[in-house]
Design a protein around this ligand. Structure first.
Ligand code: BGC
Length: 736
């Protein structure tokens, strides 16, 4: 029997092998990737190569139909899978199978400081993309938070290059396990939305390499992202989407990127530059054809008929075309033609739970005087919930990250559900902000119209507050233009819609005031001293209400820390102090490497809330911090060991942050820079000793004369900290 079975197996293998030999190499999933690419390329005409390097619809590019090579389908990104639009229009395609789970905005993910949360995020959103048969997920975004006015900061991972780099890698890896490519955006220097098509950042190479590029580099080299999206802005006199320096020299040259550079939608402007300067796949161009509808607009794309014309006229060869086609084929084999990929899943219980737990972990407790939080339900309190953001759907709007969700739990509904009959929850509007709620035909099914005056709204809120035990204001920004929204910047740091007046008025009548700030950006808080409890609540997606309620009532102990600084005033931020933000032409990044906390510390400006700050319902003690060695030789690494004890009475998680300072150096260096972190969970009373490794690179700066990373010999400081402004131990290290 056994021999018979073995013979049968042999026969099956033989047949399979014979079949395989008849299969062209490019169709053989077991053949090496590069052989498949070369084989496919060798069978393609010039026209077919040109066809696969530009779009055929709003979100897809063609394959090679003659050869059975499938199309590529893209989707936004980065917080959920965008609903389908029409072939040639931004309006909805009218599908009923394209509702998704909205995950917390990337600022909230960054605030978890938890690499595993990022992996869970990537896994979950990747599965949804795969189920929806998308091949390229347009995200995540890792542009550095340079100013709190940037309307798209909520789609990014904060102000620190190390934190953003660490957090982007697991996201990329896990998405791609689904046979779905990430398209990391917007490469590079897309740090403002105002004039995003014409602005041109001017900065030195230290700022470029030390601040603005590391997260992209990590996404490409460590995460292995299969694609990257060019930015709208200029750099070095050329659009970022076809930019010799950024794409040819740095991305493909220095970093060895073998993936596809995809243009941002409408980010291509010139055929010859696009040919020469590293763009591989053109999307979203606005051509006359599209506007007039007189011909297939896609034939008029810069990398379509105009490319063919240049080849026909002998003005360009086909070497660049082959390189672009090769990259696109590689992407197709990795994604749409990947026979090994799983099937994915959509709106599963696991995805909803992922959205909720990541949201809970990202919420930051900024202030908690007199242990105002968590809300004590044992006395069956009356809770006044106030503010438009308690009821407003936040998953619709904000630009291309807008979603059509299977469900979204508002803060008010979430709180009501979580407290059940253990409290009475009442609501007053408090202010009227943005009553619209529509994006590309997706309509938030709620009517927020309210014609009452500011005074009436505040009066009603005060009445309610006076008769309540707790007052929770859900305020902040929203997804309308000039708030947290693509294609426009905020007008200022202050809260809109007279919210400051409302909060001040409430602070006068209650000492149990809790302010929950819903935003992806820092806001000014002129009333900070009068409000005992302040929470940064972000945009948390489908499960927002549950995540927030669980933290407010203490079902979950908050453990997020800020991924960017909250300045007191706009002028406290480097870009604004130097008057260089928001322009339509050249914008000089005069603050150089001093972005965020690096600026605040160099200028000795106290922030409202510091980078890395975040409280807990328990307390953590740090003890016995030590280095594995007092000195370090070039290329070596050192370990920082520290014991952390939960000295309070509830379990919780702490984020230990390691900063490095180089007090004496031939070039200016920030007072300290984040170079390591670890989040750890501790039961009440529990202690754990952790070890964080600092490789040689942690001590280097970018020498822009020699064009290399370098560390100088001498004394370094290692700071073991709970926040950038809360250093618990300082250790000395000598570099030899
Ligand atoms: C945005 C991108 C987005 C693309 C497609 C552009 O306007 O800048 O982030 O992925 O549109 O929707």
């Amino acid at each position: 029997m056994k021999t018979k079975l073995t013979l049968l197996a042999l026969l099956v293998t033989l047949v399979a092998c014979c079949e395989q030999t008849n299969v062209p190499t490019y169709l053989n999933p077991n053949a090496p990737l590069e052989e498949r690419v070369e084989d496919a390329l060798s069978r393609m005409t010039i026209q077919e190569k040109i066809d696969i390097i530009h779009a055929q619809s709003k979100f897809s590019s063609p394959g090679v139909a003659r050869l059975g090579i499938p199309e590529l389908w893209c989707t936004d990104g980065p917080h959920g899978i965008r609903p389908d639009v029409l072939w040639d229009e931004w309006e909805q395609a009218g599908c009923t199978n394209d509702s998704c789970v909205a995950y917390p905005a990337l600022t909230a993910l960054a605030a978890t400081w938890n690499r595993e949360a990022s992996a869970l995020y990537g896994k979950s959103i990747g599965e949804e993309a795969r189920y929806r048969e998308k091949d390229v997920l347009l995200g995540p975004g890792v542009n550095i938070y340079r100013s709190p006015l940037n309307g798209r900061n909520f789609e990014y991972m904060g102000e620190d290059p190390y934190l953003a780099a660490q957090m982007v890698v697991p996201y990329v890896k896990e998405v791609q396990k689904n046979g779905v490519a990430t398209c990391v955006k917007h490469y590079a220097l897309n740090n403002q939305e105002a004039h995003r098509h014409t602005t041109e950042p001017v900065l030195d190479d230290r700022a470029l390499y030390e601040i603005y590029l590391p997260a992209f580099k990590a996404a490409v080299q460590e995460g292995g992202s299969w694609s990257i999206m060019g930015a709208y802005n200029y750099f070095d006199g050329e659009h970022a989407c076809h930019n010799n320096r950024l794409l040819n020299e740095i991305l493909k040259g220095e970093w060895g990127f073998d993936g596809v550079v995809i243009s941002d939608w409408g980010g291509t402007h010139n055929t010859e530059e696009a040919i020469r300067n590293g763009l591989d796949l053109e999307f979203g161009s606005w051509t006359d054809g599209l506007a007039n509808g007189s011909s297939n607009a896609y034939d008029n794309y810069y990398l379509a008929a105009p490319y063919q014309r240049l080849i026909d006229e002998g003005k360009v060869g086909t070497e660049e075309l082959d390189d672009k086609a090769r990259r696109v084929l590689r992407l197709i084999f990795r994604t749409s033609m990947n026979t090994q990929k799983p099937f994915g899943s959509l709106v599963s219980e696991a995805h909803i739970e992922a959205a909720r737990t990541i949201g809970e972990e990202g919420i930051v407790l900024l202030k908690n005087d007199a242990n105002t939080l968590p809300i004590d339900l044992s006395t069956k309190p009356r809770i006044a919930v106030i503010g438009e953001n308690a009821i407003k759907m936040m998953t619709v709007g904000g630009g291309s990250s807008s979603l059509k969700v299977a469900r979204e739990v508002s803060p008010l509904d979430g709180l009501r559900e979580v407290v059940g009959d253990r409290a009475e929850v009442c609501y007053a509007r408090g202010y009227v902000g943005d009553v619209t709620g529509e994006y590309n035909g997706v309509v938030a099914a709620q009517n927020l119209a309210d014609n009452r005056s500011e005074q009436e709204l505040i009066r009603e809120a005060i009445q309610l507050a006076k008769t309540s035990d707790y007052v929770v204001v859900f305020g902040g920004l929203n997804k309308a233009s000039h708030q947290d929204c693509e294609d426009s910047d905020r007008f200022g740091l202050g809260l809109p819609y007279a919210q400051d007046k409302l909060i001040e008025a409430l602070a006068d009548v209650t000492d149990k005031l809790i302010y929950v700030n819903i935003s992806g950006n820092a806001v000014a808080m002129p009333w900070v001293e009068k409000v005992p409890a302040i929470v940064q609540g972000w945009f948390l997606g489908s499960e927002a209400g549950h995540s927030l309620a669980n933290v407010l009532v203490g079902n979950v102990n908050p453990s997020g820390k800020l991924p960017f600084t909250f300045p007191v005033r706009l002028e406290d931020c480097g870009a604004h102090a130097l008057g260089e933000y928001g322009g339509s032409g050249k914008v000089h990044y005069k603050e150089g490497i001093l972005v965020g906390y690096r600026w605040h510390e160099a200028m000795d400006i106290a922030p409202l809330f510091a980078f890395g700050h975040g409280l807990s319902y328990t307390t953590f003690d740090y003890s016995d911090a030590r280095l594995s060695s007092k000195s370090l030789r070039e290329g070596g690494k050192v370990k920082v060991d520290v014991t952390v004890t939960n000295s309070g009475s509830v379990a919780g998680s702490e984020i230990v942050q390691i900063y490095v300072g180089d007090p004496e150096c031939s070039v200016m260096r920030p007072e300290k820079e984040l170079k390591g972190f670890q989040k750890l969970y501790l039961n009440a009373g529990e202690s754990k000793r952790i070890s964080i490794e600092l490789p040689w690179e942690s001590f280097c700066f970018f020498d822009d004369v020699a064009h290399e990373w370098r560390a100088e010999k001498g004394d370094f400081k290692i700071y073991v900290a709970a926040a950038s402004d809360d250093v618990r131990a300082t250790l000395d290290l000598k570099l030899k």
